[in-house]
Design a protein around this ligand. Structure first.
Ligand SMILES: N[C@@H](CCC(=O)N[C@@H](CS)C(=O)NCC(=O)O)C(=O)O
Length: 212
C-alpha cells in the first residue's frame, strides 16, 4: 500500500474516531480504515501501543508519520490536504483555538454519554459532569448566534471537531433541541455531501474507502 495513502485506526463507538472519519468523508478523500476493538482491549495491546502510546483511538498514519489525538489529527489533515482549514491565517488559528477549547470542555459531553452508555457511576459523578456538559453545549450555542459556522463563513475543523465530540449527546440524555443554534448547525453539517452519523460511517471491520 502506498505511503501516501492515509490509514486511520478507530472504533465505531468512539466520538474521537468519528472526528477524523467525518473529516475524511466530507473531504471525499481515499483512506484505509483499521478497526480497533475497544471492548476486547486491543487498544492496550503492544502492537497498538506502538502506534498510539496512550492506548486510545484514533491514530492516523500517513507518509511515514504517525499522528494521534483527534484534534491534532484534524489539524494535520487540514494542513496536509487543505480541506476545512479556514480561509485566512487568523481563521486557521481560531479553528485550532476551538479544538483546544473543545478538548477541555466538550469532552464533558463525551463523559456524560460514556457513563450513561458504558459504565454506571455514582449519581454524584453525573451531577458533577452533566452541568459542565450543558455549559459547553450552551457556549457553542451562544457562539453560533447569528452565524452559520464557528469560524469564518464556511465549515472548518472547528465545526468538525466540536460536533464530532458532541455527536452522541442524546445517548447521554442531552436533548439537542434545548440548544436551537446547535440544532440548526447540526442540520447544516448533515446537509453537507459525504456527511453521515457515526454508526453509519464508521465500519466494524477493516475497510478501504475509495470515493469516485
Ligand atoms: N484526547 C483523545 C481522547 C481519545 C479517547 O478518549 N478515545 C477513547 C474512545 S472515544 C478510547 O480510545 N477509549 C479506550 C480506552 O481509553 O481504553 C483524543 O481526542 O484522541
Amino acid at each position: 500500500m502506498s505511503d501516501d495513502r492515509i490509514t486511520l485506526y478507530g472504533s465505531f463507538t468512539s466520538s474521537s474516531s468519528y472526528k477524523p472519519m467525518l473529516y475524511l468523508a466530507l473531504s471525499g478523500l481515499p483512506f484505509s480504515f483499521r478497526t480497533v476493538n475497544l471492548k476486547n482491549g486491543v487498544q492496550k495491546q503492544p502492537e497498538y501501543l506502538a502506534i498510539n502510546r496512550y492506548g486510545q483511538v484514533p491514530a492516523l498514519r500517513h507518509r511515514g508519520l504517525t499522528v494521534v489525538q483527534s484534534n491534532v489529527v484534524l489539524d494535520y489533515l487540514a494542513r496536509t490536504t487543505g480541506h476545512f482549514a479556514g480561509a485566512t491565517e487568523q481563521e486557521q488559528w481560531t479553528a485550532r483555538e476551538w479544538l483546544s477549547w473543545e478538548a477541555d470542555n466538550i469532552t464533558n459531553v463525551a463523559k456524560v454519554r460514556h457513563y450513561s452508555r458504558f459504565r454506571a457511576v455514582d449519581p454524584a459523578v453525573m451531577d458533577y459532569f452533566r452541568p459542565l456538559a450543558e455549559a459547553a453545549i450552551g457556549f457553542v450555542d451562544r457562539s453560533l448566534e447569528g452565524r452559520d459556522w464557528l469560524v469564518g463563513s464556511g465549515p472548518t475543523i472547528a465545526d468538525i471537531g466540536c460536533w464530532g465530540r458532541m455527536v452522541f449527546m442524546a445517548e447521554g440524555g442531552l436533548d439537542i433541541t434545548r440548544w436551537p443554534n446547535v440544532l440548526a448547525w447540526s442540520e447544516r453539517l448533515k446537509a453537507m455531501p459525504g456527511f453521515a452519523l457515526p454508526y453509519d460511517l464508521i465500519p466494524k471491520k477493516d475497510t478501504e474507502f475509495n470515493p469516485a
